[in-house]
Ligand binder design. Structure first.
Ligand code: PEP
Ligand code: MG
Length: 572
């Protein structure tokens, strides 16, 4: 049995296809007839352009516009006049063959892009590499496996997968992915989640160990790859796959519908995202908006501080894709650190200079982010800025003051920006929940961060297994604290949602809906099951459930009440 990290949960049974791209050897040859060499090149470029047309159409069909756009950009790069003119000059002046000239020029572009500070441009280097391989393969007659022509249930095994590898996939037959490298945010991982296909990444030596055509049971839920499963395992695996398919098909009916209770009350379900790369997953998951954009991932995935322009692009991409988008300012500190930002050693980092406490002290960093947000949202209806870890009103007022300072700067510079600003705060510190009424007067919305609210309410580290018994979302004390916050928000006409993991737990989400939360934001995969569940009950049913559990004083009976509620209403 092989092990790895699960990047997308689920079960699959299929035969292995090892997907390797052979190295292409480009040795420089003399070109005695530049016209002929140029023709060879333009033929290859035309061919690549047409091939990409097919890939793009397939991507559009299976994964939607966002993914298809990648290939439109690739097509533009194939026809890029700057590259073309340099290659042409090299063939004509240096008399080198088409493949060498093309490689030399594109290598230069790759080096330039890879050396750029801007993360966006660094990402483009991978695109050029992708295209370079495609063209060189055509020029050198190198064949590689066509993943769009499969004829049996297949699990693709690769070192890594590039966008163009996965775009042309025959989705009738591809059942899962295994790659040797990559993390949760790698292309393979994102793509797999977007397609709801099981995937494991970081499976060391997968190519060396697994064999073409071998049968495997990919259990990405538990992180196992079972080679040549015995009859009993195979039977169990097939059963799991079947159940999974059945549920998936049933839930698809809810994908493009707004979330409504049986009596037609809307409870929008939003996605939590960490970058613009999560947009396709959020769409595929049926999100009605983004309820939490964790901007710190952009900072954590970079070796240097992302500048204003890099940030603006990242924010704009998500703003363009959804409305509303609740974007949270940097939540660094605690377990999230930035290697390039010097921070004092702290005894209790989760109780230390974290989130708003840090950004209020690192004012330039904070201002750059606010500028990027306001400029990035300039063409939208509004911008919804949320401050994390607010404990007291003075912090909120200082944060708003920073926004005002940024606005003054932008006005003086004549820069276009979004002036329709909705302010919000995370309610994740008990003091803020208890003081909700006063805070509600100063903001347009609250979002309860249950991940932290639980740890701070019970003084139980959210990562510490030794005290995990205290980390209990169903404890009525916590529910009452949330109810208090909800009531305070209502009195002031402030909207309130929940964006911690609890919102994505179906059982807990039923209680939160009953408490009267205006929206819930979660991992995209949790949206459709909850949408289905909410369609089976009325707002009154949910409220009655919440009223009942609020009277209890322990988690276990709360869970039992929810279980009975689900049974009564036919919720799976
Ligand atoms: C939370 O605390 O619930 C939350 C959503 O924020 P994070 O998990 O990023 O701390
Ligand atoms: Mg938090």
């Amino acid at each position: 049995m092989l092990k790895g990290k699960s990047a997308s949960n689920g079960h699959a049974v299929g035969t292995i296809v090892l997907y390797e791209k052979p190295d292409i050897n480009v040795e420089e040859e003399a070109c005695n007839d530049p016209e002929k060499c140029l023709k060879t090149l333009t033929d290859a470029l035309d061919q690549a352009y047409n091939d990409l047309d097919k890939v793009r159409e397939k991507a559009l069909e299976s994964m939607g516009e966002e993914h298809a756009e990648i290939f439109e950009a690739h097509q533009q790069m194939v026809k890029d006049p700057e590259i073309m003119s340099q290659v042409k000059a090299m063939i004509e002046n240096d008399k080198v063959d088409a493949a060498s000239a093309y490689k030399r020029v594109t290598d230069q572009f790759i080096t330039i892009f890879e050396g750029m500070d801007d993360e966006y441009f660094r990402g483009r280097a991978a695109d050029i590499k992708d295209i370079q391989y495609r063209i060189l393969a055509l020029l050198k007659g190198v064949e590689y496996k066509d993943l769009s022509a499969l004829d049996e249930p297949t699990i693709i095994v690769a070192h890594d997968l590039a966008p163009s590898d996965t775009a042309g996939l025959d989705l009738d037959y591809v059942k899962g992915f295994i790659t040797e490298v990559g993390g949760m945010t790698s292309h393979t991982a994102i793509m797999a989640r977007a397609l709801s296909l099981p995937a494991m990444v970081g499976v060391k030596d997968a190519i060396k160990t697994l064999e073409d055509n071998e049968l495997v049971y990919l259990n990405a839920t538990d992180g196992d790859i079972v080679r040549n499963p015995d009859d009993a395992t195979l039977e169990k695996a097939k059963q799991r796959v079947k159940e999974q398919e059945k549920i998936k098909a049933r839930l698809q009916a809810y994908k493009d519908k707004p979330t409504k209770t049986k009596d037609g009350i809307a409870i929008p379900l939003y996605a939590n995202v960490g970058s613009d790369q999560d947009v396709p997953i959020a769409r595929e998951g049926g999100a009605e908006g983004v309820g939490l954009y964790r901007t710190e991932f952009l900072f954590m995935n970079s070796d240097t501080m992302p500048d204003e322009e890099t940030q603006r692009k990242a924010y704009e991409a998500v703003f363009k894709a959804f409305h509303p988008v609740i974007v949270r300012t940097l939540d660094i500190g605690g377990d999230k650190s930035l290697p390039y930002l010097e921070q004092d050693e702290e005894m209790n980092p989760f109780l230390g200079k974290r989130a708003i406490r840090l950004t209020l002290q690192e004012k330039e960093l904070f201002k750059t982010q606010i500028r990027a947000l306001l400029i990035g949202a300039k063409d939208q209806e509004d911008v919804r800025i949320m401050f994390p870890m607010i404990a007291r009103k003075d912090e909120l007022m200082s944060a708003k003051e920073v926004v005002h300072e940024v606005i003054t700067d932008l006005k003086n510079e004549g820069e276009k920006y979004q002036s329709n600003i909705h302010y919000g705060i995370m309610i994740e510190i008990p003091a803020a929940a208890l003081n909700a009424q006063s805070l509600a007067k100063e903001v347009d919305f609250f979002s309860i961060g249950t991940n932290d609210l639980i740890q701070y309410t019970y003084a139980a580290d959210r990562m510490n297994e030794n005290v995990s018994y205290l980390y209990e979302p169903f404890d009525p004390t916590l529910l009452r604290l949330m109810k208090h916050t909800r009531d305070a928000a209502s009195e002031e006409g402030t909207e309130i949602g929940v964006c911690g993991e609890m919102a994505g737990d179906l059982d807990a989400a039923l209680i939160l809906s009953g408490l009267g939360m205006d929206e819930l934001s979660m991992s995209p995969g949790s949206i459709l099951p909850l949408r289905e569940a909410l369609s089976k009950v009325s707002k009154e049913d949910l409220k009655a459930l919440a009223d009942e559990v609020l009277k209890l004083d322990e988690a276990q009976p709360v869970k039992e009440k929810v279980k009975a509620f689900k049974e009564k209403h036919g919720i799976e």
